[in-house]
Design a protein around this ligand. Structure first.
Ligand SMILES: NC(=O)c1ccc[n+]([C@@H]2O[C@H](COP(=O)([O-])OP(=O)(O)OC[C@H]3O[C@@H](n4cnc5c(N)ncnc54)[C@H](OP(=O)(O)O)[C@@H]3O)[C@@H](O)[C@H]2O)c1
Length: 317
């Protein structure tokens, strides 16, 4: 496992981050524990969750992924070796203040996350998405207070439009507040929206990018193929809607061809492409099993040639 600085911050994170949205949704607690054990055994130190995971799943009130990670860290005694990232913003209750990026909700939500995770501090606390109903000043001042108080070590953003991220960075700079060190956008060979405005911004400002859905929810793994039956997966509906089009299939064909040439899996090729993109620090993978995890961790060693990168760039453009 390689380690890289998270943007301009001094903290070192593994080049593959373990996402945990699956835990309590498409992976049971037992499977989650196996995946967490295997990730740490392989040298992984970077775990991403969110307070809201996975409220959309049946019988899941939210907070379940944080609960599972908290129990696991306590049981294994590994908290100090983990760089722990979570998020705030999603709906956590029926009230008007149980959601969003107000000072009021952030101050409550961080306490709830610390309790579920059974920790004294969170390494990376992220705004899950922009909240257009709250002034950025209010959000950033609340985050800054958490950093000064020691509840949080660094702050990051997710799903921000470029102009809002740039504005947030300027406000932090002008007022001497803790600034976002990272951005978590959706980014993969199947979704390159990030390239347009956010990529140059992140390079210029030294924001560390931790892309989510790096396999397009599984579309780039080889189990979705042109003219073949759609696999049985909770993710299949969204995938069909978003990626079943000519550009999507052209990209899958290119990934498959290069995987064949290198004797590696398609998922490894898709992750290796992301790992060589400017500003990308650590793609956030989502594994339901140790088998899926081991496959994905192999991406760090895939030697894509310049010619192969160009073919992937062109197919997915
Ligand atoms: N900030 C945000 O708004 C946001 C949004 C989404 C996700 N995230 C974070 O990013 C993480 C990853 O997102 P994601 O789950 O969409 O990522 P992804 O890597 O694009 O997709 C993961 C899915 O791909 C399939 N898969 C994984 N490894 C595989 C393998 N080796 N072979 C075949 N199929 C494989 C699994 O689907 P099957 O169920 O079909 O096996 C798995 O659920 C999440 O856990 C979460 O931490 C953040």
């Amino acid at each position: 496992m390689r380690y890289r600085n998270l943007g301009r911050s001094g903290v070192k994170v593994a080049s593959i981050c373990l996402g945990t949205m699956q835990f309590g949704w498409t992976a049971t607690e037992e499977q989650a524990q196996e995946v967490l054990d295997a990730y740490v055994e392989a040298g992984g130190n970077f775990i991403d969750t969110a307070d809201v995971y996975s409220r959309w799943a049946e019988n899941n009130p939210g907070g379940v992924s944080e609960d599972i990670i908290g129990r696991w860290m306590k049981d294994r005694g590994v908290r100090e070796q983990i760089v722990l990232a979570t998020k705030v913003r999603g709906t956590m209750g029926p009230g008007p203040n149980d959601v969003g990026l107000s000072r009021r909700h952030i101050m409550d939500a961080v306490q709830a996350s610390l309790r579920r995770l059974q920790v004294d501090y969170i390494d990376l606390y992220q705004a899950h998405s922009d909240d257009p109903e709250v002034h950025l000043e209010e959000t950033l001042e609340a985050f800054d207070r958490l950093v000064r108080r020691g509840d949080v070590r660094y702050v990051g953003a997710s799903n921000y439009p470029a102009w809002r991220l740039m504005k947030a960075l300027c406000i932090s700079r002008e007022r001497g507040l803790a600034a976002y060190v990272s951005l978590q956008p959706p980014y993969s060979l199947a979704n390159r929206e990030f390239d347009k405005e956010l990529l140059p911004l992140c390079v210029e400002e030294g924001v560390g990018v931790i892309p989510y859905s790096p396999l397009a929810a599984g579309f780039l793994t080889g189990k979705y193929r042109r003219d073949e039956p759609v696999p049985d997966s909770a993710r299949a509906g969204g995938i069909q809607e978003r990626y079943f089009n000519e550009r999507g299939w052209r990209t899958v064909d290119a990934v498959a061809a290069i995987a064949g040439e290198l004797g590696v899996t398609m998922a490894q090729v898709a992750l290796a492409w992301l790992l060589q993109r400017p500003s990308v620090v650590s793609p956030i993978i989502g594994a339901n099993s140790v088998e899926q995890l081991r496959d994905l961790l192999g991406a760090d060693d895939v030697p894509l040639s310049a010619e192969q990168v160009q073919r992937l760039d062109e197919a997915s453009a």
